[in-house]
Design a protein around this ligand. Structure first.
Ligand code: ACO
Length: 376
C-alpha cells in the first residue's frame, strides 16, 4: 500500500476525461477541444451542454431539437414547490433549497435512465432556483416559458419580466464559461457517487452540497459585498492590507490548479465590461478593476512562494450583479451551469466505471482495553 498522503489530493490525477483540459501553469482551459474564450464568445448554453454530452457541436436541427427537449423538462411538481416555499419561509440559503429540490428531481419521471436524468437535471435547476427566489421575495413563481432559451428563461422566471438582450448575453457567456472545469471538488463528488453505481440525482444532490462551500462555489457573494464596500469607502489598498494582516483570505483570489490568472477571469471581465459600458453603474466596474490590480500586487508581497492570482469568482460577482442576478443566488446560478458538467462527468464515469475508493493512514489510539460502561 502506498502511504504517501497528498493533503487535499493536490497533484493527484484521478481520472481520464474527454471533457475539459486545464493547464494551470499557462492559464489555459479547453472544453472538448475548444478554448474557453471561443466557447464563451460563440456558444449558447444549450450548445455547450450538447457539446459536453455528445462530444461534438450539434447541427442546427439537432440544436433546435435539444433546446426543445430541455425546455420540455423544466417544470417542477407541486410537492417540490411546497418544499421550496417552506425553505424560503424559513430563510434557508438558496443552496439548501436547491439541494432539496434537486433531491426530488426524478419525482414523476417514469423513464429514469442516466441520459434522461442528465437532461432533466440540467433543465430543472433554473426552475428550482427561481421558484425558491420568488417565494423568498413573497411572490408567486413564474412558469417556465418554452419559447425562451435556457438563459433568457432563467432571467424571466426570476423577474417575471421580458429579459433584456444585454443581460441574456452576459448570462449566456457566464453559463458557457463555467460549464465544466476538470475534476473540481463538486465534480469529483458527483463522480464518486456514481462510481458506486448509485444514480445521477444522488450525484447531483451531493455535488450541490460540495459546491456550496466558500472555498469552491460560495465565494462570489462575499466578493460582491467586499467590492461594494470598497466602492463606497474607497482605499482598496488599505482594505486588502487590513484583511491580510488579520489573517483572512481574499475571496476571488487563489486557486488549487492555476498558478497564473484563471483564464475564465479574462472572459468574464470582458463580458462584464460590455455590460457595464451600457449601465449607470460604470464607476463600480472601475473600482472592480482597480481592486483586482491592488489585490494581486498585495497578495504577491504577502505570499511570495505561492502565486495567488484572480480566480473565476472575482469577475463572476461583477458580471452576475450587472446581469441582475441577486447575490443570494450567485452560487445557485453557478449550479445552473455546472450541473451539465457534473452530469457529463457522471456519464463518462459510468462508461468505464471503477469504484472510487481511496485509503487512509491510521494515526489514532492503539492497544486499548475495553471497560464496561458502569466502570468508566
Ligand atoms: N487570500 C489570502 N491568502 C490565500 C488565499 C487568498 N485568497 N488563497 C490562498 N492563500 C494562502 C493560504 O493562506 C496559504 O498560505 P499558508 O501556506 O501560509 O497557510 C497558501 O496561500 C496556500 O493556500 P491553500 O489553502 O493551501 O491553497 P488551496 O489550493 O488549498 O486553496 C483556494 C485554493 C481554496 C481557492 C484558496 O486560494 C482560497 O481559499 N481562495 C479564496 C476563496 C475563493 O476565492 N474560492 C473560490 C475558488 S474558485 C472555485 O472553486 C470555483
Amino acid at each position: 500500500m502506498n502511504e504517501t498522503i497528498r493533503p487535499g489530493l493536490e497533484g493527484i490525477t484521478v481520472a481520464e476525461t474527454g471533457l475539459s483540459r486545464i493547464d494551470g501553469e499557462n492559464g489555459e482551459l479547453t472544453v472538448c477541444g475548444f478554448p474557453i474564450e471561443e466557447l464563451a464568445a460563440n456558444a449558447t448554453y444549450e450548445e455547450s451542454v450538447f457539446l459536453l454530452f455528445e462530444g461534438r457541436l450539434p447541427t442546427a436541427a439537432e440544436l433546435a431539437d435539444f433546446r426543445a427537449d430541455l425546455a420540455s423538462r423544466r417544470e417542477i411538481c407541486p410537492e417540490v414547490r411546497a418544499v421550496l416555499r417552506r425553505a424560503a419561509a424559513e430563510e434557508k440559503p438558496a443552496m439548501d433549497a436547491l439541494r432539496m429540490g434537486v433531491a426530488a428531481a426524478n419525482l414523476g419521471l417514469v423513464d429514469d435512465d442516466p441520459a434522461t436524468l442528465a437532461r432533466r437535471l440540467v433543465a430543472v435547476v433554473p426552475t428550482i432556483v427561481a421558484t425558491y427566489w420568488r417565494y423568498r421575495r413573497g411572490e408567486e413563481p413564474i412558469e417556465p416559458r418554452d419559447d425562451l432559451g435556457h438563459a433568457a428563461n432563467y432571467l424571466h422566471m426570476l423577474t417575471g419580466e421580458e429579459p433584456d438582450d444585454a443581460a441574456v448575453r452576459g448570462l449566456e457567456t457566464y453559463l458557457s464559461t463555467v460549464v465544466d472545469h476538470g475534476v473540481n471538488a463538486s465534480t469529483f463528488t458527483a463522480r464518486t457517487v456514481v462510481s458506486t453505481e448509485s444514480d445521477l440525482v444522488s450525484a447531483a444532490t451531493a455535488a450541490v452540497g460540495s459546491l456550496k462551500g466558500p472555498l469552491h462555489g460560495g465565494a462570489p457573494g462575499p466578493v460582491l459585498e467586499m467590492l461594494r464596500e470598497v466602492h463606497e469607502l474607497g482605499d482598496p489598498a488599505g482594505y486588502v492590507e487590513a484583511k491580510l494582516a488579520a489573517g483572512e483570505r481574499l475571496m476571488g483570489f487563489g486557486h488549487r490548479v492555476y498558478r497564473v490568472r484563471d483564464p475564465r477571469a479574462a472572459v468574464l471581465e470582458s463580458a462584464a465590461e460590455r455590460l457595464y459600458a451600457e449601465s449607470a453603474d460604470g464607476d463600480f466596474f472601475e473600482t472592480v478593476r482597480e481592486f483586482e490590480s491592488v489585490a494581486v500586487e498585495e497578495l504577491a508581497a504577502h505570499s511570495p512562494d505561492r502565486r495567488l492570482d484572480t480566480n473565476v469568482e472575482f469577475y463572476t460577482a461583477a458580471l452576475l450583479d450587472g446581469v441582475g442576478v441577486p447575490k443570494e443566488l450567485f452560487t445557485a446560478t453557478f449550479a445552473v451551469s455546472r450541473v451539465a458538467g457534473w452530469m457529463a462527468h457522471c456519464l463518462e464515469q459510468l462508461e468505464d466505471n471503477r469504484l472510487i475508493r481511496p485509503e487512509s493512514r491510521y494515526v489514532g489510539a492503539t492497544d486499548r482495553e475495553w471497560t464496561p460502561a458502569a466502570e468508566r
